[in-house]
Design a protein around this ligand. Structure first.
Ligand code: 16C
Length: 247
């Protein structure tokens, strides 16, 4: 059968062999496993999580954490989307081809190393937040499948000799992000665009890496995280419209 270009680039159902022989593999495997597990743990009953945004099925919580006066508030968001699969959601989040189309904080993105079909190292510069210095990030990104129709992308900061931190105009921020998605459909039915529901758990911790005013930073993320999740989910819905469901 003919394979569409999208189909051959979908997140693979099993870990790519080229990744398991890479020096980063033990770290990528450990952090991805931890992040995916934590992503689906609820925020209810856990002390310190505050709801700060709610719209339809989307809920966003944060914990206020400051280290030496720097805001490092962890974020946890839950959402539900009908009509797309977990694998499709993760495909659009992981694949750099689509990033400029949904990522509004981005100024520039470079591929530092294409490790495998399921792992890439990225260097990104972000739009400047006045009055702070511009930020950049260097991180690996890994997409994998997990039991119960789950796919997840984990992004975690790393280092690279060719991209030294704080050497130019940018301050290097440190990031750990996980987008975990799980699909469900009514028991006994065939999954289709009409009956599939995907639950999304998005967790993010950003260490600004250097001084940034706490008030400005909190105001920016309260606006930008909801904007990102709404924009990204509607982008994926739009991309998948009239295409066959890929599980
Ligand atoms: O997860 C997201 N995107 C992925 C692909 O790009 C990847 C990115 C992670 C980096 C997230 C840090 C973004 C910092 C941006 C700073 C500039 C924002 C300017 C916006 C004003 C127009 O995993 C989606 C990421 C959604 C990000 C929402 C914004 C979070 C702000 C957190 C505060 C950062 C401290 C900056 C210190 C000045």
């Amino acid at each position: 059968a003919e394979h569409t270009r999208d189909e051959v680039e979908l997140p693979p159902p099993a870990v790519d062999n080229r990744l398991t022989v890479h020096t980063l593999w033990p770290e990528i495997d450990r952090i991805s496993t931890e992040q995916i597990q934590a992503a689906f743990e609820g925020v209810g009953g856990q002390i310190g999580w505050q709801l700060f945004a709610e719209e339809g099925d989307m809920r966003m919580y944060r914990r206020e954490v400051e280290v030496d006066g720097m805001v490092m508030d962890p974020l946890k968001a839950m959402h539900k989307v009908r009509g797309v699969s977990a694998r499709e959601m993760c495909h659009y989040f992981f694949n750099p081809r689509y990033r400029y189309e949904w990522e509004t904080t981005l100024e520039n993105m470079n591929i530092v190393e294409a490790i495998s079909s399921d792992a890439i190292v990225f260097h990104q510069t972000f739009k400047r937040i006045w009055p702070a210095s511009q930020r950049d990030a260097l991180f690996w990104s890994h997409v994998r499948s997990a039991p119960q129709h789950t796919y997840a992308v984990t992004n975690h900061s790393t280092t690279n000799e060719r991209y030294p931190a704080n050497s130019g105009a940018c301050i290097r921020l440190i990031v750990t992000v996980c987008l975990a998605c799980r699909s469900e459909w009514p028991p006994g039915q065939q999954p289709s665009r009409d009956n599939i529901t995907t639950s999304i758990a998005y967790c993010s911790t950003v260490n600004p890496g250097g001084w940034a005013p706490a008030g400005v930073l909190r105001a920016v993320y309260k606006r930008e995280y909801p904007k990102f999740l709404k924009r990204f989910t509607s982008y994926v819905l739009e991309q998948c419209r009239d295409k066959p469901l890929l599980l």
